[in-house]
Design a protein around this ligand. Sequence first.
Ligand SMILES: [Zn+2]
Length: 174
Amino acid sequence: MQVLANGGIAAVGALAVAAGAALGWPLMLGSLAASQADTWATEIGQTAAAPPRLITTGRPVPRGTSGAVSWKGTLGGAAGALSMSAVGLAVGLAAGPILAGGIGGLVGMTADSVLGATVQARYRCGACHAEVETARHCRTATQLTRGRRWLTNDMVNVIGSSLGGLIGMAASLV
Ligand SMILES: [Zn+2]
């Protein structure tokens, strides 16, 4: 599921490129940039000294909360998106699709955080009373406290990476 969530749309872009469609490049780059940005932001954000803040309200939340952001994590995410721009450079793409892919990546990363903070499924474990993202915890079923059951973390990643690709494609047309 995670591979599909992060790579599905990028694979569609790659197939489009193989079929000779230039628009496949920004679709693939934007989607990969969004996944990459999200991953780097999460990993690098975890090393920040100050607690992160929720992207929607700005209030400090525990590390690892869905939708939590920090300056360090955001800069790390931007670096992740840039790493895909470097791939675009390496394969000899023009500045337009590279820039478009980068924009898609940043939009996708932001969408991922906003969805994580608002509609992603969140549960409370009846045994340890922790707020969790899974339907089971401590070997028992958890209670849905917010969001939609089908909007799992993987699903939010699908939306973030798809949006990254689509915005990348749209930006390259502009
Ligand atoms: Zn528990």
